[in-house]
Design a protein around this ligand. Structure first.
Ligand code: ATP
Length: 366
């Protein structure tokens, strides 16, 4: 069992608190993604788990072992870096096997067979005698993965391993990583700043902000029930709309927004009441706003008139930017509306998809 347990983990660089009192449990076999903006502490957290950085305080356990003060090489982890960290003068094969004998008890023949097997699995079986300068970015990435796989670690720690690849190869490698994980089931922590990568790869995703974990949940729960405005803003594209709002009635609340142009019941689960607040912010995702002509669902609130300022085509959908009563709004629709900047459209909202935040950015209700 290679569960990872972090207890009150803290890492400071002088005045900078890069990892701030993080406690986290990653069950055996989970693929956990750490995501967050640049500088939020993702890499430092990963490097502290690997032992490449020493913690300021707190404890780390992997499996049944407390590894807080154990050498990196004895922690049972294999790390893959963004820049692959390959030795330029060694062949792919040598890069994969270098130092391996101290990790696994295999004869030279067995190691040779294992390299060939891992090479075939990763689709680089024919390239093992090349040096890194004769390999593409994707192939180098596979060699780095192969090196990690051969060590048969208890835990994989991956730091933005796909970020140097072009978009197409990144998509392909992402799918391959998911399949690989389904096959071998090794507990994995994966760092990225890319929310699409996080959402598609993670069994669970931990959203980090300023050295802390804001929320750790399955991708769907993060999207549907963000615990804070920060998470709501970070997950989803284009970004959620945030609007000033009045809330009336605590147990059967009604929200009024867009300078009173839009009023809607706020269906709280089981009629639970909202906490009292005067400074709430309403969040609504662009894909939860619809063109009035798109829907005949009479539970939708509105319509309101939106003046279109920009029309972006994404291929499968269209993002319309505009204003309603001086508030800027984005809507995303899979319809292909024939509108251009300056046109007025009628917009409705699905009231079951509204989010409410307090002035500190904490979620009040979905
Ligand atoms: P990115 O996505 O840009 O890689 P990150 O979320 O991985 O960012 P970290 O690299 O972990 O963030 O950095 C967290 C904070 O710690 C930043 O403020 C960074 O400047 C600081 N930091 C990281 N490493 C060091 C170091 N060796 N010395 C001093 N400060 C550091």
């Amino acid at each position: 069992m290679a569960r990872i347990e972090l207890e009150s983990l803290q890492k400071e660089f002088g005045e900078t608190v890069a990892v701030n009192d993080i406690s986290l449990s990653v069950p055996d076999g989970e693929f956990l993604v750490l995501v967050g903006p640049s500088g939020c502490g993702k890499s430092t957290l990963l490097r502290t788990i690997s032992g490449l950085e020493s913690q300021t305080s707190g404890d780390i356990s992997i499996g049944d072992n407390r590894v807080t003060n154990v050498e990196p090489k004895d922690r049972g982890v294999a790390m893959v870096f963004q820049d692959y960290a390959l030795y330029p003068h060694m062949t792919a094969r040598r890069n994969m096997t270098f130092g391996l004998d101290s990790h696994v008890s295999m004869s030279d023949d067995e190691i040779e067979q294992a390299v060939q097997d891992v090479g075939e699995t990763l689709g680089i079986g024919d390239l093992l005698d090349r040096t890194p300068d004769a390999l593409s970015g994707g192939e180098k990435q596979r060699v780095a993965m192969g090196r990690a796989l051969l060590r048969e670690p208890d835990v994989f720690l991956l730091d933005e391993p796909l970020s140097n690849l072009d978009a197409k190869l990144r998509d392909q490698m992402r799918a391959e990583l998911t399949q690989l994980h389904e096959r071998i089931g090794t507990t994995t922590i994966y760092v990225t700043h890319d929310q699409t990568e996080a959402m598609t790869l993670g069994d669970r995703v931990a959203v980090m902000n300023d050295g802390e974990i804001e929320q750790v949940e399955s991708p769907q729960v993060l999207y549907d029930e963000p615990a804070s405005r920060f998470v709501a803003e970070f997950i989803g594209s284009p970004q959620m709309n945030f609007l000033p709002v009045d809330v009336e009635g605590r147990s059967r609340p009604t929200v009024t927004t867009l300078q009173r142009h839009l009023t809607s019941p706020f269906p709280t689960p089981n009629e639970t009441s909202l906490p009292a607040t005067d400074n709430a912010v309403l969040g609504v995702r662009p894909e939860d706003l619809y063109l009035a002509q798109e829907t005949e669902d009479d539970s939708f609130a509105g319509p309101v008139e939106m003046t279109v300022t920009l029309h972006e085509t994404l291929g499968d959908s269209v993002v319309l930017h505009g204003t309603v009563a001086n508030e800027r709004i984005r809507i995303r629709t899979s319809q292909r509306p024939n509108v251009t900047a300056g046109d007025t459209i009628r917009v409705v909202v699905d009231p079951t998809r509204l989010h409410l935040f307090d002035s500190d950015g904490d979620t009040l209700a979905h």
